[in-house]
Design a protein around this ligand. Structure first.
Ligand SMILES: Nc1ncnc2c1ncn2[C@@H]1O[C@H](COP(=O)(O)OP(=O)(O)OP(=O)(O)O)[C@@H](O)[C@H]1O
Ligand SMILES: O=P(O)(O)OC[C@H]1O[C@H](OP(=O)(O)OP(=O)(O)O)[C@H](O)[C@@H]1O
Length: 215
């Protein structure tokens, strides 16, 4: 077997996937959640894992720097990565929904041009265009829930899982746009050359999915 190189989206996804891999018997001697290292080899030589920022996962895979990658579908849709990599599995982890939200009980005047705060400008623009709203999109990089509280935006478009961040900040969902989960993507050349290795890792992840995707 050849070594399979995987790019994992840093954050929730890498933590969950590394826990799965370790529970499934892969041993990464130099890995810990706190480590500042970015690349980890498994003792058996089967896997090498690289931690990268979410929007970069498909870049590494597309260019063949890694064979496969694991990243949220939200990022793939926003970055429009679909043509040059294969999406080979829905891992059923990192499940969340993209929602439009605003200050609870405070509906904005829909006839005026609305300002929308979001980490996902493309998804937000498409949604409001489809619904015939005229909007200004303000691209933010996190803590998006703050924007309507300080007058930076009328509404936000952001991910919701439990709803606790919205609730803690006095916001409510106005509409749901799409559901998302983590996907495995593959470089087309690696898909041919490392078929066996890719099938092996897919079956490890499938077992976890069948077990309910819980740690
Ligand atoms: N609250 C959530 N619950 C479940 N999955 C989530 C949640 N927020 C995000 N995700 C999913 O996990 C992926 C990674 O999100 P995470 O917040 O860990 O990283 P990130 O936002 O890229 O990190 P940062 O912006 O801090 O660099 C997202 O792209 C999405 O698919
Ligand atoms: O519905 P909940 O379970 O509360 O989860 C939703 C929150 O999780 C994500 O933020 P994250 O923790 O990634 O922080 P960020 O604001 O830095 O992106 C998302 O952007 C929401 O803010």
């Amino acid at each position: 077997m050849m070594t399979l190189h995987i790019a994992l989206a840093k954050g929730r996804i890498h933590k969950q996937v590394m826990a799965y891999l370790q529970e499934s018997g892969y041993d990464f001697p130099t890995y810990s959640e706190e480590s500042r290292k970015l690349i980890f080899a498994d003792r058996s030589g089967q896997l090498k894992v690289t931690l990268v920022k979410s929007p970069d996962v498909a870049v590494y895979v597309e260019r063949g720097a890694t064979d496969i990658g694991i990243v949220g579908k939200d990022v793939l849709v926003e970055e429009c990565f679909c043509a040059d990599v294969y999406e080979i599995a829905d891992l059923n982890i990192g499940r969340c929904r993209m929602a439009v939200a605003g200050v609870a009980g405070n509906e904005p005047e829909l006839t005026k041009r609305l300002t929308i705060g979001t980490k996902y400008p493309r998804i937000a623009r498409q949604y409001f265009e489809k619904n015939h709203y005229s909007v200004d999109i303000v691209k933010l990089n996190g803590s998006v829930e703050l924007a309507p509280l300080v007058g930076l935006a009328d509404l936000i478009v952001d991910l919701v899982e439990t709803g606790s961040t919205l609730k803690a900040n006095g916001l409510e969902v106005r509409d749901y746009i799409m559901d998302f989960s983590a996907r495995m993507i593959c470089n087309p050349v690696a898909f041919k050359l490392k078929k066996r290795e890719i099938e092996a890792i897919c079956s490890v992840m499938e077992k976890r999915k069948a077990a309910g995707g819980k740690r």
